[in-house]
Design a binder for this molecule. Structure first.
Ligand code: NAD
Length: 696
């Protein structure tokens, strides 16, 4: 007998306990072990009823997603077979549910004849979140247990709910406090005493007083919420079949929907993201069990756009912050912005008044470095200027206690140089937040040449605590995200020079799915930022600044939303970009000064050039070892730059287009007269394409 399903007799009740991995993922080994244990209990004359249970952490969190696409995924017995075996058995089976009971795990529980659960056990069908639908009978059994409407919500939204919210429905026969297995055994004893036969969910029927009109309403609202995703619609149609078709026919509809989704690019992308976000937290050369430094108090330098948002992350996690500014006025302004943000959340009902006060109570504003002497971590978010950073880090080195982690939020500057301003470069790290820092989920963790392993491990753990998705980057200009962004911006800029307008480029990329095109984004961030970066880079490289429309706009004082005009113009109090003839005139003037005759540019060309520019730079970043894996670049782009989730990130997109096709296009761009040398395909990209391999 397998040790991943324990078999124990409690009087006439066989207790089968699944214990595989952290959450009982239903891989081939566990499915086989369940089937064997159920066979044994059904064949054992001493057994009159069966309890199937998991661990306190999880009954089962569902399919083992690491098996998807491998032979194990389809290895028999498949999940539907195991569920049918349980449901078809002659002895009553009671599921005893604690912790997570999700996806295939919930379907397994629905195959049991009765269910006993702890009140806070989490029940749900998260499949739509990875572009799938429940494929183990969930769409047919759930409406039979809780009714059509709640089942539609559960399957199409994918949000879990506590078991206690289903008390009184045949989904949860008994809510138990304390020992759920003991409660399920007692329930089974009652079934035996009353000679209650198995209650098979498949034999129940679904009814709804206005079934068809409800479904029509649901189709409209799901289509609206799904925003172009197909999985929620297919999931809805599968549940709809439970109303009008027999159980077996409904199962066929579910099966067809599942198979077509499994083969869809949408599900491939969403499954890729799911795995990529898990993988990003793994650092190959960081020994397991690296000790962590304790972070009880944090310092933040600079109460501007970023410093304020960064501070809020820690207050939200209950960690006190000392916020340091140069002048009282700047400090007061920063503190007032934080308070206003919290008060806005309060007005929306997301925070209670006492929570606002509790969070504000965790901040100490100061103008004195002496107040940073006892912080465990300090994050610098002052002006993006090496001389300013130098002064700050030299002062931190003198004032912070031994063992304090010294972090910079710099967007582009060389972290190793920043570390060299201190006598403790091993304690220095980059913590690159994204704006607005209290909202955006991405955190690029920049590992310097000398950053100590425990400093890195501590920051990874801290990222989780403040609910960020962390990706590790090596040191280079702009790290992963902004380095790729620079190439994307350059590709878009070349298109403007050649004949496109900002509104066309933004429109084409937004149609592709980007949350915001590069010119709307530029106006939001401020055109002075890119201008300063380009000037710095040209100076560092000792070359003259390449003339560009972007610089002409900045020089004309058109800095974006904050000045009422940039690439677009803005009306007072309104952030909607309005195409501006003045920009068009400036572009036309620029072209004629450069001797460029504008040509027509299609939306397809815009997408091809801008996205392939990201891919090509991404390949260079990988080759240089700045990022550990291609999927890390996808995680950065999805969570920090508004890349469409349904496309899985730029590197997966390149895989889907086919790397040889990407290389062919890049070669074509590189061969154009006067082409930017950056269009030369990255050697890694060429090698993968020639070997028939992909990034994934
Ligand atoms: P900001 O101008 O809004 O804020 C900077 C703040 O630092 C100001 O309030 C200023 O008074 C204060 N400051 C300057 N020198 C100081 C010193 N010596 N001591 C104490 N305070 C000082 O700038 P920001 O947009 O918040 O950017 C800060 C840093 O974050 C920069 O390195 C920037 O590259 C980086 N960053 C910015 C963004 C963004 O989108 N704005 C995103 C990621 C990272």
């Amino acid at each position: 007998m397998s040790d991943i399903v324990n078999y124990e007799l409690r009087g006439p009740v066989a207790v089968l306990s699944m214990n595989k991995g952290p959450v009982n993922g239903l891989g081939a080994a566990l499915r086989t072990a369940i089937a064997d244990a159920v066979d044994r209990a059904n064949a054992d004359p001493a057994v009159q009823a069966i309890v199937l249970t998991g661990t306190p952490r999880a009954f089962s969190a569902g399919a083992d997603i690491t098996e998807f696409g491998t032979p194990n995924a389809s290895r028999e017995p498949n999940l539907r077979v195991v569920i049918d075996q349980i449901e078809g058995g002659a002895k009553p089976v009671v599921a005893a549910i604690a912790g997570q009971c999700l996806g295939g795990g919930l379907e397994l529980a629905l195959g049991c004849h009765f269910r006993v659960a702890l009140p806070d056990a989490q029940l749900g069908f998260p499949e739509v979140k990875i572009g799938l639908l429940p494929g183990g009978g969930g769409t047919q059994r759930m409406p039979r247990l809780i009714g059509l409407e709640p089942a539609v919500n559960m399957v199409t939204l994918g949000n879990p709910a506590p078991a206690k919210s289903f008390a009184g429905t045949p989904l949860i026969d008994r809510v138990a406090d304390g020992d759920v297995v003991a409660a399920a055994v007692a329930f089974a004893q009652e079934l035996i005493a009353a000679k209650t036969p198995p209650r098979r969910t498949r034999a129940l029927s679904v009814s709804h007083p206005q079934g068809e009109s409800f479904l029509q309403f649901a189709r409209n609202s799901v289509a609206q919420q799904a925003k172009g995703q197909i999985a929620p619609m297919k999931a809805l149609e599968a549940v709809a079949a439970s109303l009008t078709k027999s159980f077996d026919e409904g199962m066929r509809v579910e099966r067809e929907g599942f198979m077509s989704l499994m083969a869809s690019p949408e599900s491939r992308a969403l499954r890729h993201i799911f795995k990529a976000e898990h993988a990003a937290s793994k650092i190959a050369d960081l020994p397991a069990g690296t000790p962590l430094r304790e972070i009880r108090k944090v310092g933040v330098i600079g109460a501007g756009t970023m410093g304020g948002g960064i501070t809020m992350n820690f207050l939200n996690a209950g960690i006190p912050v000392v916020l340091l500014e140069m002048k009282q006025e700047a400090l007061d302004k920063g503190l007032a912005t934080i308070r206003r943000n919290y008060e806005n959340s309060m007005k929306k009902g997301k925070l209670k008044p006492e929570q606002v006060e509790q969070r504000m109570g965790l901040i100490t504003g100061t103008l004195s470095y002496a107040d940073l002497s006892d912080v465990d971590l300090v994050i610098e978010a002052v002006f993006e200027n090496m001389d300013v950073k130098k002064t700050v880090f030299e002062t931190l080195d003198k004032t912070c206690k031994a063992g304090a982690i010294l972090a910079s939020n710099t967007s582009y500057l060389n972290l190793d140089r920043i570390a060299s301003f201190t006598k403790r470069p091993t304690d220095v790290i980059g913590l690159h937040f994204f704006s607005p820092a209290n909202v955006m989920r991405l955190l690029e963790i920049v590992r310097g040449a000398q950053t100590a392993p425990d400093v890195l491990a501590t920051c990874m753990a801290l990222a989780k605590k403040i609910k960020k998705i962390a990706v590790v980057s090596g040191v280079c200009d702009g790290f992963i995200g902004n380095r790729m962004l620079a190439r994307y911006g350059a590709a878009a800029g070349a298109l403007i020079n050649a004949g496109a307008l900002p509104q066309q480029i933004d429109g084409a990329l937004q149609k592709f799915g980007m949350a915001m095109g590069p010119y709307r984004m530029g106006d939001l961030a401020g055109l002075d930022i890119g201008y300063a970066t380009r000037k710095r880079k040209a100076a560092e490289a000792g070359v003259p600044l390449r003339p560009s429309v972007a610089d002409k706009l900045a020089e004309a004082g058109r800095l974006g939303q904050k000045t009422g005009a940039g690439w677009y113009r803005y009306e007072a109090g309104n952030r909607d970009p309005i195409p501006d003839p003045a920009t068009e005139a400036l572009i036309a003037e620029f072209r004629s000064a450069q001797g460029i005759t504008p040509r027509a540019i299609s939306d397809e060309e815009v997408v091809e050039r801008c996205i392939f520019a990201l891919v090509n730079e991404g390949a260079r970043i990988l080759e240089e070892g700045i990022a550990a894996r291609a999927s890390d670049l996808d995680v950065v782009y999805l969570n920090g730059y508004g890349f469409p989730r349904l496309r899985g990130g730029p590197m997966l997109y390149a895989d889907m287009v086919g790397l040889p096709n990407v290389v062919r296009s890049l070669r074509r761009f590189a061969a154009e007269p006067g082409a930017d040398p950056a269009w030369q395909p990255a050697p890694l990209l060429v090698r993968l394409a020639e070997a028939g391999k992909s990034f994934d």
